[in-house]
Design a protein around this ligand. Structure first.
Ligand SMILES: [Zn+2]
Length: 187
């Protein structure tokens, strides 16, 4: 039995991560299953939706175990979007899919949160990956390469679903913490 491969797409919002997943699903000729966290209410149910409106069907899950309970026998490719919103067991679950089930996994998620802190789920998933693709977007203020997600609504929660109108990409100079704790740790 062969092992699979783990391919990670990360970076800021609006950088084309979900679009990369849409292209992968469209180009697969083998059995592919798609999953997305339940919390993402960015758009329609049962779909991974990119910021320019392209979409494909995905099963909404609350926890990474649900990938295994819903995995069909002939599935060779698993696509999971927004993995930074899933549980802490997600990196191990994705690794198991690749190592034990021989499935190719394409996973996408944000590298850092609205305070500029790395998502540990992403860090661990990237450490297990065969390939990591960073998707850059451009700062809405000055047009330089963006590396942070600026939250433009006032909400203290780490995960606030939404796209345009809630977040915008910012470069290192234009990123503002809005008076919040600026300590950047890997939580
Ligand atoms: Zn800027």
């Amino acid at each position: 039995m062969r092992s699979g491969r783990l391919i990670v797409h990360t970076g800021t919002m609006f950088g084309g991560k979900s679009k990369a997943l849409v292209a992968i699903v469209r180009n697969q000729r083998i059995k592919t299953q798609q999953f997305i966290p339940q919390q993402d209410t960015r758009d329609r149910r049962h779909a991974i939706v990119t910021h320019d409106g392209e979409a494909f069907d995905a099963l909404r899950i609350l926890r990474s175990e649900e990938i295994f309970t819903n995995l069909e026998e002939d599935t060779e490719v698993v696509v999971v979007d927004e993995i930074h919103m899933l549980d802490a067991g997600t990196p191990a679950a994705l690794r198991q899919l690749v190592d034990r089930y021989g499935v190719d996994v394409y996973a996408a998620g944000l590298a850092t949160d609205f305070l500029g802190k790395p998502f540990k789920i992403m860090m661990r998933t990237m450490a297990y990956a065969n390939e990591v693709h960073f998707h850059a977007s451009y700062c809405r203020k000055c047009g330089a390469e963006a590396v942070y997600n600026q939250r433009i609504v006032d909400d203290p929660r780490r995960i606030v679903p939404g796209g345009d109108g809630v977040y915008e990409p910012r470069c290192r100079i234009c990123f503002e913490l809005g008076g919040r704790d600026s300590e950047r740790t890997d939580t």
